[in-house]
Design a protein around this ligand. Structure first.
Ligand code: PCA
Length: 212
């Protein structure tokens, strides 16, 4: 059976919640199959998150791995295209660790590209009336670290595809003045990401990119 692993993150940086974790729960609660959906909420730790991800991949042998995290301040859902093999933490993770100028994985390539159809996903989410954009940087914190690990895991397993989605704040928990989307829209965007990945093997050839 086709299996999808969808992960979000727990709260971090002193926040009370993380919309990525909440949205993943929502997607799980309304998933109708026929594919098997496995969901998990990862800790925001450089040491723990990749280990848990690897265990989940080993246990469930997913065909598709989609990880999601919060990018507070963004107003659109960001479909990430590039993971860099670099850790440079602006703030401590939930273990209190703040590594800088390190590799995510020693000996691995400097960067890897998402193997999900990023442009087709942007179009499908946008077509559903939810703001979405192609993103060329997932940062250098735990999200990028997990994204890079997911792409390394996928690269070692023939046919497995992996991607990462950065989501804005949800309207209920956004700090004053921060851009946000309703949580149900964030969940719908994640569901569309999964569905579009399952139904699309060759990405759209569309104009994309960004200057900043
Ligand atoms: N966002 C952080 C880590 C966890 C999360 O949800 C990031 O963008 O790296």
């Amino acid at each position: 059976m086709t299996t999808v692993l969808l992960t979000g993150f727990e709260a971090f940086a002193g926040d009370g919640s993380n919309p990525s974790g909440e949205a993943v729960h929502l997607v799980a609660s309304r998933w109708s199959g026929p594919e098997l959906l496995v969901t998990a909420v990862l800790p925001v730790t450089f040491a723990g998150a990749p280990e848990i991800l690897r265990d989940l991949v080993d246990e469930h042998a997913p065909d598709v791995v989609i990880a999601a995290g919060l990018a507070g301040g963004r107003s659109a859902v960001g479909i990430e295209r590039v993971a860099v093999n670099l850790v440079d933490a602006r703030i401590p993770d939930n273990d209190g660790a703040q590594p800088s100028d390190e590799r995510s994985i020693d000996g691995a390539p400097d960067a890897r590209f998402a193997s999900v159809p990023a442009k087709a996903i942007v179009k499908a989410v946008t077509d559903a009336g939810i703001p979405a954009e192609l993103s060329h940087s997932a940062g250098t914190f735990v999200c990028n670290h997990v994204f890079f690990h997911a792409l390394e895991l996928a690269a070692a397993r023939p046919g497995v595809r992996a991607g990462f989605v950065h989501v804005p704040w949800d309207a209920e928990h956004a700090p004053a003045g921060a851009a946000s989307l309703p949580l149900r829209d964030i969940a719908t965007a994640l569901e569309i990401t999964v569905r579009t990945t399952l139904s699309t093997t060759v990405d759209l050839s569309a104009v994309g990119g960004s200057l900043s």
